[in-house]
Design a protein around this ligand. Structure first.
Ligand SMILES: [Zn+2]
Length: 67
């Protein structure tokens, strides 16, 4: 929503600009449900897991053992 320029303090304006720039450097991430690694959302994990299913066969000997 548009706000008159003089109503936004320098502090508030700068805080808004900083938080916007900060977000660009930190892309969204989520944890893989299978191996717990950090992964980008809506991407297949390194372990081949996506949406609760093994979608790609990956040979990784250092994966945590699943019960
Ligand atoms: Zn994974």
């Amino acid at each position: 929503m548009a706000v008159p320029k003089k109503k936004v303090s320098k502090s508030r304006r700068n805080m808004r600009r900083f938080s916007a720039a900060y977000k660009i450097d930190k892309p969204e991430s989520s944890d893989c449900a299978a191996c717990g690694n950090v992964k980008r959302p809506h991407r297949v994990c390194k372990c081949g897991f996506y949406d609760g299913k093994q979608v790609i066969a990956v040979n990784q000997p250092n994966l945590p053992v699943q019960a």
